[in-house]
Design a protein around this ligand. Sequence first.
Ligand code: HAM
Length: 425
Amino acid sequence: MADFKRLPGFRDFPPEDLALRAHVFDAWRRVAIRYGFREYDGPPVEPLDLYVEKSGEEIVGQLYNFEDKGGRTVSLRPEMTPSLARILGDRSRGMAKPIRWFTIPQLFRYERQQRGRLREHYQWNVDIVGEESAAADAEVLAVAIDGLRELGLGVDDFRARVSDRRLLTALLGAVGVQDDRLPAAFAVIDKIERMPEDKARGRLLDEVDLDDAGADRLRALLECSSLTELRNQFGERDAVRDALAPLEEYAAILDAMGMGDFVKLDLKIVRGLAYYTGIVFELFDAQGELRAICGGGRYDRLLELVGGEPLPAVGFGMGDVVLGELLAERDLVPPYRPHVDYFLVVIGQEQRSHALGIATRLRAQGRSVAYPLRDQSVRKQFKAAENEGARTVLVLGPDEAAEGIVVARDMATGQERRIAPDALE
Ligand code: HAM
């Protein structure tokens, strides 16, 4: 027989694994709804062009693309943001702003195999469209932070590292990076933490055209984690001052929400995707051992770029893979417990239609009910009841039927009651 193996980078979800996924999704959904977001979805396959250029080289190199039977070049969705832009492009004009939408799609990227990165993952996307104030940026970060808090993680477990592409652009100008070298500088900074020091320096000299002193200034700048210090050092430059204002407002809002401790300025956060235009952020485990749990930011030009109304937008994607690793590390994965309200132990074939009547009535009342699908010994049936996690076992035998009752055994306490089937609830 053929040996059908699971493809590398994909997961099976047997019930015990699906339970964790459902636990995470439920928390995400509760939090999004608490902040007034509405759930949406879109197709898992999109025209390839939706991603080319808009998402950036890195993601385009990882696309699951193919030609469909109608000769269209298409791709499985590697991220949700271009779909959101496309979906709103068709309908945003008549909609009240800001638009607050969330979704939990499964996404596909042909990634190099590494810890925390698979070829499919689920990603909670939360976006606000049609609002350009820093309050919207702060609101989406608050949702991300609360999404993790809802799962039991706290300030000892994770941090949001925040930057702003407008601020970084202004600061790079201040340390001597020429305008035409900005994209190269962004690309190096995006990877600088995962690069050996000499390689980083080499790239700053060759690709960003800095001299040794300029490279030193840039390295020192990237270590600065205080807005006040940036204002003191570079505040006389208009571009820096203008770019600092939204971040200062953002920090003040998050402080007022009691979330300041989670947030850290980190100019090394650039984000790999091409469309970001303002504040950007990533959430990491506090020890900094895992890959990013979440990434997002402001993308004010994407909607227009895909042919829609020119609307400012901000949002994030939080993946389930690294989050699952962190929850396991912190012992925050709830134990898997199958559960049914009732398991019927049916003694003798003649009791079967009686059992079916009881099961049907209880199910109509919303109870979960299981029973053996064929004749079995009482011992085996009790074993099955345990396996199913039955709260109560109902014993239906000829003696009980003659008396017009069932025996209901509470599986936690072992206590038994004799009860008329109609009185069960
Ligand atoms: P992203 O940074 O590419 O952003 O992905 C967001 C998160 O999804 C990552 O931090 C990570 O947790 C998870 N993730 C990404 N790729 C993989 C993978 N191969 N395996 C496991 N997890 C992964 C975006 O996708 C943006 N579209 C987010 C966004 C929404 N920006 C604005 N709105």
